[in-house]
Design a protein around this ligand. Structure first.
Ligand SMILES: C[S@@+](CC[C@H](N)C(=O)[O-])C[C@H]1O[C@@H](n2cnc3c(N)ncnc32)[C@H](O)[C@@H]1O
Length: 285
């Protein structure tokens, strides 16, 4: 016995709502479920919450009300069928990025070599390894802090039975990156940093918890795109498939950049589930 879960949740949700939280009740439930290590759906069936757990929960609610992302408090972020370890130093995978796997599904099913440029926690690369059955998956990441989360997630997915991925510490803009795969890669996927630096002060408190180099790319947000397109074009074989996530304001600029290289055909832009233009795909000539 102990404190009633219903009462605890109601008070916590009120506190988060007062702090301006977008989903106070869900956040409160997820945090209590995390503290008690039970599925969220079982919370209201509990007899009560011990004083120690209630104190721990109160501490997490306080930090959540201060704007700490839910995923940093639970240490986990869902991505497609996976739960990835995340925390300070790595970008928290976003639900909209899940669509890149759908956009590339056809080419991925045939692919022998897939490269994820700017892998962060490993969300895209590990989802590919989890959902497709053949081929090598290579995750490229420059940040050492992100690499340690990436390694941790790669080890735990391999232990769970997925095929292991290769992790490469490298820079997307390096012309020597993965030279052994030049012209031999079937699919290149990337969710690069793309937020215009001029928006730095206008973004939510939670984005401030993501590493700057994971989010911003020059004043207009397009700083990394030319190098990304160049590396993608060098790695892919003729007929190879490229998919890049981008800011909703970048559709026309990015389509022009891709087309101007003369290296791609079947260039197309795709919306996310809310209808905003968010992904460009192209096939290597
Ligand atoms: C928006 S995050 C995406 C992470 C992950 N792919 C995801 O979707 O959750 C961009 C990632 O690219 C990495 N990055 C930024 N610039 C890079 C570069 N020049 N070379 C390699 N990685 C880079 C960042 O460290 C960050 O992990």
């Amino acid at each position: 016995m102990g404190e009633d879960a219903r009462g605890l949740l109601a008070r916590a949700a009120q506190r988060l709502a007062a702090a301006g939280g977008a989903s106070p009740r869900v956040d409160a439930e997820l945090l209590l479920a995390h503290v008690l290590a039970v599925p969220r759906t079982r919370l209201l069936l509990l007899d009560g919450v011990t004083e120690g757990s209630a104190d721990r929960f109160a501490g997490l609610i306080k930090r959540r009300a201060q704007g700490v992302p839910l995923q940093h408090l639970t240490g986990a972020a869902p991505f497609r069928h996976l739960e990835l370890a995340v925390g300070p130093g790595v970008f928290i995978p976003r639900p909209e990025t899940e669509l890149i796997i759908e956009l590339a599904r056809g080419p991925l099913m045939q692919a022998e070599v897939v490269v994820d440029l700017g892998a962060g926690s490993g969300a895209i690369a590990l989802a590919v390894a989890n959902e497709t059955s053949a081929g090598r998956v290579i995750a490229v990441e420059r940040s050492e802090a992100a690499q340690s989360w990436l390694r941790r997630n790669a080890v735990s997915r391999a232990e769970a039975g997925d095929r292991p991925i290769d992790i490469v510490a490298g820079d997307i803009a390096d012309p020597e990156l993965l030279t052994e795969l030049s012209g031999l890669t079937d699919v290149v996927l990337s969710n690069p940093p793309y937020v215009p630096a001029v928006l730095q002060n206008a973004l939510s408190t939670e984005v401030a918890f993501d590493p700057t180099e994971a989010v911003f790319a020059g004043d207009d947000g397009l700083a990394l795109m030319p190098a990304l397109l160049q590396t993608g074009a060098r790695l892919l074989r003729p007929g190879g498939f490229l998919a890049i996530e981008h800011d909703e304001s970048h559709r026309d600029a990015l389509l022009s950049l891709v087309t101007a290289t003369g290296q791609w055909h079947e260039v197309a832009d795709h919306p996310d589930l809310t209808g905003r233009p968010r992904f460009v795909t192209a096939v290597r000539r």
